[in-house]
Unconditional design. Structure first.
Length: 88
């Protein structure tokens, strides 16, 4: 049913992140800070988010690599097995 609408969970997540980003930007723009304070705050946050994003990508890539290698090894093992005897 979700695929009929052309989005599914990924679309909902995308809209959620879009809304969260807009809300965060509105909050930053409406806070009573000087421009320098806001820039310092944003640069610190951006660095933290970049580090966390990099860690997440590296972890995901490692899990994907491990799963790929396990699948490849399983396929090779299956190809080495003799075919089952046929009856009939």
């Amino acid at each position: 049913m979700a695929s009929e609408r052309g989005g599914g969970a990924g679309a909902y997540l995308g809209w959620f992140l879009f809304g969260a980003t807009l809300g965060g930007l509105a909050t930053l723009l409406l806070t009573p800070r000087t421009g320098e304070e806001s820039r310092d705050f944003l640069s610190d946050r951006a660095g933290d988010w970049l580090d966390k994003g990099r860690d997440l990508v590296e972890d995901s890539a490692e899990r994907l690599r491990t799963a790929f290698e396990a699948g490849r090894d399983a396929m090779r093992e299956e190809l080495r097995r003799p075919p089952p005897p046929t009856h009939g």
